[in-house]
Design a protein around this ligand. Structure first.
Ligand code: SF4
Length: 311
């Protein structure tokens, strides 16, 4: 019987699975049928998670540095040495660093340990670099500091704008919902400097020059407004006139030189999305790690709001 529940840590889909440990090895593995993300399925990385567990180079015990050399230790010894080191340090001088590879529950527990047990406010992780642009950009545009899109909404989308995200490879279960949507007639506009595995799903695949997303997004927003492709009621939304005025300089004639996309191609993509609601706008690290990432994410949110979609 396979009954040890765990979470795949290879990507932030966080699929649930069960493993059967036998004599220190994984004898069997199966996905959880009831999990809202994996729904009884794993991607190839999840199915092949077990070799990492039994790899010769995997750490099997904690290590403690003694006289300059790391030595194997028991968990009791390691935890006791950690507690004693923490007790000798002023809490405000202690930093706790988490990882994007841990589960939500582990991250929550780590923050509780830092704030409530150790008494330090210094909790950080690599997510700070991603969210540094995302949180203010979405707060300023949608009023919510994160995406509210559900997996069901992805599967039910009429169109999608996916920018700088190799979703099919990196987040396979979001990729599978995109595939479901495409099978139901969803039109995918993919935008990436390179061809990714999204290509078979994309009705339109645009390849701008790296780092130029803001230019074509501004032109796309102008095109939506000029051609009145926006959703009903959008001109009455707060900020509409300011947005329209801010796009005056978005010049279709200069677009190809600026970012490698023609004005016609960008307008055609906008028309396809406007004609196929509901729209889902997604983006990945290709956007979040640009120099202009905050403004680019705001421009993506503007496209979603103009067309009555979600980001
Ligand atoms: S999508 Fe694949 S890699 Fe990501 S958590 Fe699920 S099984 Fe693991």
């Amino acid at each position: 019987m396979i009954d040890f529940p765990t979470t795949c840590g290879f990507c932030s889909c966080g699929c649930a699975l069960y493993v059967e440990p036998t004599k220190g090895r994984v004898a069997a593995l199966c996905p959880s049928a009831n999990h809202p993300v994996s729904a009884g399925r794993l991607c190839i990385k999840g199915w092949n998670a077990t070799p990492a567990l039994v790899n010769d180079q995997r750490l099997r015990t904690p290590l403690i540095r003694k006289q300059g050399k790391l030595e194997s230790a028991s968990w009791e010894e390691a935890i006791s040495a950690t507690v004693s080191a923490l007790k000798q340090t002023e809490p405000a001088r202690i930093g706790v660093i988490g990882s994007a590879k841990t589960t939500n529950e582990e991250c929550y527990q780590l923050a509780k340990l830092a704030r409530d047990v150790i008494g330090t406010p210094n909790v950080d992780s690599a997510c700070r670099f991603y969210d540094a642009s995302l949180i203010p950009a979405l707060l300023d545009t949608t009023g919510v500091p994160g995406s509210q899109i559900t997996l069901d909404a992805v599967a039910a989308a009429g169109s999608m704008l996916i920018v700088g995200a190799n979703v099919m490879e990196q987040l396979a279960h979001i990729g599978s919902r995109i595939q479901d949507a495409v099978e139901n007639g969803c039109k995918v506009v993919a935008v990436d400097p390179r061809v990714s595995r999204l290509a078979p799903q994309a009705g339109i695949f645009l390849h701008p020059m790296p780092g130029t997303d803001l230019a074509w997004l501004r032109y796309m927003a102008k095109s939506i407004i000029d051609r009145q492709l926006y959703a009903e009621g959008v001109p009455e939304m707060p900020g509409f006139e300011e947005l329209r005025a801010s796009l005056e300089g978005a010049d279709g004639a200069r677009l190809e030189g600026e970012c490698g996309l023609t004005a016609e191609a960008v307008t055609e993509a906008a028309q396809v999305m406007a004609a196929n609601p509901p729209l889902i706008v997604m983006f990945g690290l290709g956007v979040m790690q640009q120099a202009e990432s905050t403004r680019t994410i705001m421009a993506l949110a503007d496209i979603a709001l103009l067309l009555g979609g979600q980001v």
